[in-house]
Design a protein around this ligand. Structure first.
Ligand code: SF4
Ligand code: MSK
Length: 650
């Protein structure tokens, strides 16, 4: 920690809880990602412009005006495109491996050896099986589940067949993908083929490489991620609106605090069940605690928030800060977005960091291999270990910020449909009508992470508030959703109070808040599902690409975000990036992703570092789409006379 003095907390984070704990970090002499970012100094411009290649060991090669080619002769265009494709592969692999675990769990449940897991949502099983033409009537649900798991597994391994899950996209979308040669086959094949194509001496044409990036990303958004959400719904229940709270103030001064962090819901679901077991509560009382307080970080938090209302301790930038409160007995981590620094931070306190996924270990963490076949007992073992640790809590080191806000989450597409139309006539019609009438100008999907390059949550907050004020309905996932929740904007009353007049009227009339928490990173596929539902409902064209809808990744940092942005664009949605991709080293790659993609798919990437300017861009894109759809024209109400009625010919 060499430049801590130069670090002003208010430049690093936006919420009071984070600011308080950042100051505590200084007092405790604990290093965070913000210090490391500061200490790193200027970041490598070869890396940030994407022109560093280390794909073979003749290199690394760095492109400069003086040396415009790598040793093999690769140009900046080839190198930048290869690097971009590899990022998309990383994101696709992460989402899809998460999905694979869930499919294998569904298969095990169907075969009768799922341990403590069950089919929690039989209607979801039927609903999704029907989408693949699997018979559901008059047969045991185990049989349906087995058939569906087999279809899902084949989505990973298909060598020649196109992904079946693509058929859930509007037909025009599918035709467009076919026209541009980006229809993916099996998800595993897409990842392997992409790695092959980016190996030294294979694919050198930047257009061909970027086409493969779109093809791979489609396999993520319309394949792996979509399958992950469907499996989670079947195994753990389709999310419904649920109340909870968010920010570091959800930690308890009197209970054993256990934070789950990462992405996969399998273990965290069991921890949520086990935390309320009488033997665990009794065990906690034995050590002088009032019980067990389970809270979450990042997308594991979103998974159990959406279904069980488990509170959110924080989003990506707060993972170290949560430990620095001194009040966390255990942080249980699984996969993705887990900083390897956690055990080092934990060493300054009594916190134990427990890794649970055999594919994801961290030096300094205790590894407790999660036994899914004996999940409840495995979860209880972890909880008892955390409870034992309560005795080591040092009250002198504890400072829990008194900052938390209420929220409502749980807006799956099913939940939105039911809220819009009621249980007996569930339908997207009221939403489509509100968009057509212009009372809702359009929809923005605001997603993604935090990044120490920018003040955490600041862009997300400014953008979201302004969008709502200007009558744009906002759908959120991931750490962006948590940013809104922490500031109280996922309390429907708060959001409604600040919403533009017409958005507020519609939301009040049809009973939805103006900012909808739709889940975790893989649940970005739910945003696509909602878009497909709007198209299916009618009156707004026949293509997601034509909808007045825009995606925004304000503070993104992960390869998953690159894959998500790419499948949104491939689906015809313009995507605004608060932080740019590492592609500026190639004008051709930049032009392809920012302009040509729009001609091909209907959407493209836009860089916009300023949140208010981003809102202007979003509104301009929305109004452009509305004009094209012809819904901005004022239609006069016309009373039919008898002559008109006879001419109707119905
Ligand atoms: Fe250099 Fe070419 Fe090897 Fe890349 S593939 S490191 S550009 S020689
Ligand atoms: S957790 S990918 S930091 S949204 Fe899904 Fe948050 Fe980004 Fe991870």
């Amino acid at each position: 920690m060499t430049k801590a003095d130069a670090l002003r907390p208010e430049d690093r984070a936006n919420d009071r809880a984070s600011l308080e704990v950042l100051l505590k970090a200084e007092r405790d002499g604990v290093e965070t990602c913000f210090h490391r970012f500061q200490n790193l100094g200027a970041q490598c411009r070869f890396g940030t412009s994407g022109v560093c290649c280390r794909i073979c060991h003749m290199g690394p090669c760095r492109i400069t005006p003086k040396n415009p080619r790598g040793i093999c002769g690769a140009t900046a265009d080839t190198i930048v495109a290869r690097n971009f494709l590899r990022e998309v592969v990383g994101g696709t692999a992460a989402h899809s491996d998460h999905a694979r675990h869930l499919v294998l769990r569904l298969k095990a449940v169907a075969e009768g050896h799922g341990g403590d897991y069950r089919i929690a949502d039989a209607p979801a099983l039927k609903r999704y099986a029907a989408r693949y033409g699997i018979p559901t009537d008059n047969r045991p649900e185990q049989d349906t589940a087995r058939d569906l798991a087999a279809v899902f597994l084949a989505e990973f391994t298909a060598q020649e067949e196109n992904l079946r899950t693509l058929t859930l996209a509007p037909l025009r979308q599918q035709q467009r993908w076919a026209r541009h040669g980006v229809v993916p086959q099996g998800i595993d094949r897409m990842c392997v083929e992409s790695m092959h194509r980016t190996h030294m001496g294979v694919d050198h044409d930047y257009r061909n490489l970027l086409g493969q990036a779109f093809r791979t990303a489609i396999a993520d958004g319309w394949g792996g991620s979509r399958i992950a959400s469907m499996c989670s719904d079947i195994l753990f229940g389709t999310p419904r609106p649920v109340r909870s709270q968010a920010n570091l103030g959800v930690l308890s001064g009197t209970k054993v605090n256990i934070i789950v962090h990462g992405h996969e819901p399998e273990l965290s679901e069991m921890l949520a069940v086990a935390a309320h077991a009488p033997d665990i509560t009794a065990y906690a009382r034995d050590v002088g605690a009032e019980g067990v307080n389970l809270a979450g970080l990042c997308c594991t938090a979103n998974e159990i928030l959406m279904r069980r209302g488990v509170p959110i301790a924080g989003n990506f930038h707060q993972q170290e800060l949560a430990i620095i409160t001194g009040a966390v007995e255990m942080m249980v981590v699984d996969v993705q977005c887990v900083m390897p620094s956690l055990p080092e931070v934990a060493a300054a306190y009594h916190t134990e960091v427990v890794s649970t996924a055999d594919i994801a270990r961290t030096i300094g963490a205790t590894h407790v291999s999660f036994q899914a076949d004996n999940a409840l007992e495995s979860a209880k073992t972890i909880l008892r270990r955390a409870i034992d640790n309560f005795r080591r809590r040092d009250p002198a080191k504890v400072a829990i910020p008194d900052d938390r806000n209420p929220l409502v989450a749980g807006f799956s597409v099913e939940a939105i449909r039911t809220m819009l139309g009621g249980r007996f006539r569930a339908s997207f019609r009221p939403l489509n009508d509100a968009i057509i009438q212009g009372r809702i100008r359009g929809i923005a999907g605001v997603v993604g992470c935090n990044n120490p390059k920018t003040r955490a949550d600041a862009y997300i907050g400014t953008l979201t508030r302004e969008l709502v004020r200007r009558n744009v309905l906002v759908l959120q996932t991931g750490c962006a959703a948590q940013a809104s929740a922490k500031t109280g904007w996922m309390r429907p009353e708060t959001a409604l109070e600040h919403a533009g007049d017409s958005l507020r009227e519609v939301c009040e009339a049809i009973g939805i808040p103006p900012i909808l928490h739709m889940g975790s990173c893989v649940d970005n596929a739910r945003i696509l599902e909602a878009a497909a539902e709007i198209v299916r409902e009618g009156g707004l064209g026949d293509d997601i690409g034509g909808l007045p809808a825009v995606g925004v990744a304000p503070e993104w940092m992960s390869e998953k975000a690159v894959a998500i942005g790419t499948y949104f664009v491939a689906s015809g949605v313009d995507v605004i990036l608060g932080l740019p991709f590492h592609i500026s080293g190639s004008d051709k790659v930049t032009a392809y992703l920012q302009q040509e993609a729009r001609e091909m798919f209907g959407g493209a990437f836009h860089d916009e570092p300023d949140p208010l300017a981003a809102v202007d861009t979003i509104l301009a894109l929305i109004e452009e789409a509305r004009e094209k759809l012809g819904i901005n024209r004022k239609t006069e109400r016309k009373l039919f006379d008898m002559k008109d009625r006879r001419a109707l010919n119905v």
